[in-house]
Design a protein around this ligand. Sequence first.
Ligand code: NAD
Length: 363
Amino acid sequence: MKTIGIIGLGLIGGSIAKTFRRVHPEFDIYAYNRSSEALANAHAEGVIDVACEENDPRFSECDVIFLCAPVEYNLAHLETLGKLLKPGAIITDVGSVKGVIHQKVNELGLEDRFIGGHPMAGSEHSGYEYATDRLLENAYYILTPGGEVSLDVLSAFNDLIASIGAIPMVLTCEEHDFAVAGISHLPHLIASSLVNLVKELDNDSQIMKMIAAGGFRDITRIASSSPEMWQQICEENQKNISAVLDAYIRMLVQIRCQVDEKNGGFIYQMFESSRNYRDSIDVDHQGMIGKAHVVFVDIADEAGGIAAIATILAMDGISIKNIGIIHNREFEQGVLKIEFYEKDSMERGLALLQKRNYITYVR
Ligand code: NAD
């Protein structure tokens, strides 16, 4: 596979393009994006080789075409580009719901050329400017092959995905859509509704908003995700989302009854069970819950405190992903939170700070 096509150069498509450019510099990358600005930037940066028009006949030269636009547009591109594919070429997508596109694949008779894909990576940001060549690294990448894809073809595509640092996993589209309803779609609905609830409950002085921190911020970070994308996901995976929402509502009603009855045993058991299950989740892969490589540091509130730490780390070539003061430390120790890109840089940073007698915490 030497020529890659990408439709939609946003967060995911842009990250796929940048990763191919880093890992396989010899590949030719053809791309089309609705906004010409992102397309021009990617071309100017050398991330893509050819900036194409919509339904450009040059896509027929591609060995693999990745559909990375919002799902409704992926469906339209599947129809037009499906006709352009050269023999042996594969068309894939990155959509967060798989049932809809597989239905279209069956209608178009592309069951032997289509392998659905869903990289379990992303962020609450969207657009090419947030795309990185590391977004997919160590992330599960679900593959949902069409019913007539041969084992050889699936195996070659599996290897291509593994070559860019992701962890391919083959599922049926039904298995995929139910699983993501539980671990991704429901959490987004919970985050969004919780934020809206606090907005409604807050008083005119907005005290809740001011002191919201720690747990509230952790559980609601994803409420900043793209409304357009989440509207589509809810519409496309309605049946599965409805089923897991029902189960969740039943659980909430049960919790409410037990809280009203001050049933300490039940409440203890609930938190104990969730803690045990949460702690058992494999956080080394970005699959379910991305491992955050975070160190907390106690520093005095004086000018230059953060700069001193940033300099110590920079002198050792350690990049900081995020750094910031924690204003509400109800559930936190340490004033300064430093997030690193990888475990290794976190461990090196921690050792450097401890050597300089900083008080550090890792959780
Ligand atoms: P994004 O908004 O960052 O990017 C979408 C890109 O598609 C933009 O550059 C936009 O200009 C372009 N575009 C829109 N309409 C187009 C069209 N008709 N033709 C060509 N380009 C078009 O969105 P994203 O987060 O990269 O999501 C893209 C796909 O990836 C979606 O299908 C989504 O389900 C899937 N996905 C997203 C995430 C995530 O966390 N963001 C994770 C996994 C999969």
